[in-house]
Write a protein that binds this ligand. Structure first.
Ligand SMILES: Nc1ncnc2c1ncn2[C@@H]1O[C@H](COP(=O)(O)OP(=O)(O)OP(=O)(O)O)[C@@H](O)[C@H]1O
Ligand SMILES: [Mg+2]
Length: 628
């Protein structure tokens, strides 16, 4: 996947932010509370879900300068020092390019590990500096700053430099960090030299470079011990945090997992990666039998829309604050949603369903044009003229539950013969209309901060510029459409994996097929109280498709709905349940709710997918340019 691409989604990224910048806007979530525990953690999240941000927040400088109203509680609960290692593309590429194809795999691996170790050790020095408050002028609290008496820094540095095989520096943390940067260049040089010199005498030459044989964890542990001893502080926990782990070479991923199993009490590990990984190494970690060594798995997505609500509200408050409109509520700015159910207060609710009310009209309108809905009402013994007189409980079960489906169906159906065109053939403000309003926009964001900031931030700017609240539905619809289109554009950049089936399947054609199925099930077919909204990857799903689904999952285009809360890491998609990202709903007109589960092979079987009876299911997608 293109990680450095230029869409707005990419520009809202914590990768380049300093700890101070991250802390300036950071909104805590339940996930952060989990991460703050004195436990090993694996943070799993799709693009933009805030993985980098969470790990960066564990750094001393970030915690010291974090001003959020709830900051104190979180900070006080943290009793470890975060060491942040950005396992980002720049060095993983660097590693994989090292002498590629020329060097023996074992040599290439040795050099890769040396690069990794160097990055990891540089991060330790940064953590020391942060513990001392170096470079943090905006600190508002002391989280155990270390004060070194004169001369101690050079003492620590000399000792550490000796073990890390650094020579010729004036001992200071600053030069030690620089030495690590220099070492990265040296490793590249070694790789290129070895590629030329070949294998004769190679073992000896490499054996002579001592730093190539450092073990990152032992080297880090020793440095920390020296630091703590010389500073006169008691031995604490250090949380080694590795971001974008999926980009690291497999040998390094394995190295990390085996380190976690090591018994060094000093370290916690906080690892961030995509939800889908084809490696099974990580699964071994959670099932590790060693008590207390287990991982907490922290998943940054919300299978149920209501669980994202609190975090969205937090993000809203933060954005409104930043923009100087802290008293503006989501409802005041975005209005109520199209599907908004009346409050459950019986008086209000009765009024909401009384003849002539908005909801009564919708039910009536659909009944007038949809024979299958009339049949449903008859079968359930529902009299539309008496909705407001129904028993509260019965109304909740029979009416409230289906109300959003009734509204959507009424919106998209013109008559008994449903509109044949899928809504996205003429994406327009009008077809997006049901998705405007505070509740729906929060649901569309999926509680993904990148999407939330991209969509809601822009809407707030518009509201401030216009000075009129709420923002009109058509203006909201334009922004929703734009955000959903940008999301699709990002999905389009995911390379199509070579496939045994012809032609290869892209993420977008697959999602579109599923989305249209959900639209059809809710709108076109017979009325159903609970249409399909999620799919199970069944045994008949072709292997080729699993790769595409994995990419869609990591991009946030499909959302994993675990049956068992404990199993969050997805190493095999088969047998699992997923739904589509609600951000795609306005493009395809499907309901924003979980819905019934249907087998993926049933969805594909009825669309442009042609199964053959020989061997695995063969796929044939017809890609049409719908914007043409
Ligand atoms: N808890 C939060 N509070 C406020 N803003 C946040 C929070 N989490 C993330 N953000 C913001 O959302 C954007 C995306 O976050 P981040 O870059 O951390 O996501 P990511 O999961 O690391 O994405 P990628 O998969 O692309 O690396 C950033 O601009 C970040 O500042
Ligand atoms: Mg990131």
């Amino acid at each position: 996947m293109n990680r450095s691409g230029g869409s707005i989604f990419e520009s809202i990224n914590a990768r380049t932010l300093t700890p101070l910048q991250v802390s300036e806007t950071f909104v805590p979530s339940a996930h952060f509370a989990d991460l703050c525990r004195r436990r090993h953690s694996i943070v799993l999240g799709p693009r933009g879900s805030g993985k980098t941000t969470l790990l960066k927040m564990l750094q001393p400088s970030a915690l010291e300068s974090w001003k959020h109203v709830d900051a104190g509680n979180y900070v006080n609960s943290i009793d470890f020092t975060g060491i942040f290692v950005a396992t980002d593309i720049s060095w993983s590429k660097q590693l994989s390019l090292l002498g590629r194809g020329v060097l023996e795999p074992s040599i290439a691996q040795l050099l890769s590990l040396a690069c990794f170790t160097t990055h990891a050790l540089k991060a330790v020095v940064t953590a020391f500096q942060q513990r001392m408050g170096i470079g943090n002028s905006q600190s508002i609290r002391d989280i155990g700053r270390v004060k070194l008496v004169p001369g101690t820094e050079s003492l620590i540095d000399s000792e550490v430099a000796k073990t890390w095989h650094v020579v010729g520096i004036t001992p200071s943390f600053f030069s030690l960090r620089q030495a690590m940067t220099r070492r990265l260049l040296e490793i590249r040089e070694v790789a290129s030299r070895e590629a030329v010199l070949g294998s004769v005498g190679q073992q000896e030459r490499l054996a002579d470079i001592p730093y190539l044989h450092l073990h990152f964890l032992q080297a880090a542990a020793y440095a920390i011990e020296v630091f703590e001893d010389e500073a006169g502080i008691s031995a604490g926990k250090w949380a080694y945090s590795f971001d974008e782990l999926e980009l690291a070479p497999e040998s390094i991923q394995q190295e990390l997992v085996s380190s976690i199993r090591s018994t060094d009490e000093r370290f916690l590990f906080k690892l961030a990666l995509n939800p889908f990984t084809s490696n099974s190494y990580l699964l071994q970690a959670p099932s590790s039998p060693a008590p207390g060594q287990d991982f907490d798995q922290i998943s940054l997505w919300y299978a149920e829309r209501r669980s994202a609500r609190a975090f969205c509200e937090g993000l809203w408050t933060e954005l409104a604050n930043q923009k100087g409109v802290k008293d503006w509520t989501p409802r005041a700015v975005l209005g109520g949603s199209y599907f908004e159910a009346p409050s459950e207060e019986s008086e209000d609710e009765r009024a909401a369903y009384a003849p002539g009310s908005r909801w009564a009209k919708r039910f009536k309108a659909l009944a007038a044009k949809d024979q299958t809905f009339r049949a449903h009402l008859a079968q359930r013994g529902i009299d539309l003229a008496r909705l407001h007189l129904m028993d509260h409980e019965v109304r909740a079960a029979e009416i409230r539950k289906i109300a959003p489906i009734v509204a959507l169906r009424d919106f998209y159906r013109k008559g008994d013969e449903p509109d044949d065109e899928p809504p996205n053939s003429a994406r327009s403000r009008k077809t997006v209309r049901p998705y405007v309003g505070a509740d729906s926009i929060f649901a569309l964001s999926e509680g993904n901060p990148r999407i939330f900031i991209g969509l809601v931030g822009v809407l707030l700017d518009i509201a401030i510029r216009k000075g009129v609240l709420p923002i009109s539905p058509s203006v909201q619809a334009d922004q929703i459409l734009e955000t959903a289109e940008k999301f699709s554009a990002m999905l389009r950049t995911i390379p199509v994996e070579p496939s045994r089936s012809r032609p290869s399947i892209g993420v977008i054609p697959l999602l579109r097929t599923i989305a249209r199925y959900f639209h059809a099930d809710a709108i076109k077919g017979d009325f159903k109280a609970e249409p399909c909204g999620s799919f199970g990857v069944d045994a008949r799903t072709a292997d080729d498709l699993l790769v595409v689904l994995g990419q869609a999952l990591n991009a946030g285009a499909i959302i994993y709905v675990p049956d068992d809360e404990g199993q969050i890491i997805v190493t095999s998609l088969r047998g699992k349940r997923f739904r589509l990202s609600y951000l795609l709903a306005p493009l395809y007109g499907f309901p924003i709710r979980l819905g019934r589960k249907v087998a993926l092979s049933s969805i594909l079987g009825t669309s442009q997918v042609v199964p053959t009876d020989a061997g695995p299911v063969q796929m044939e997608f017809i890609e049409r340019d719908e914007n043409a």
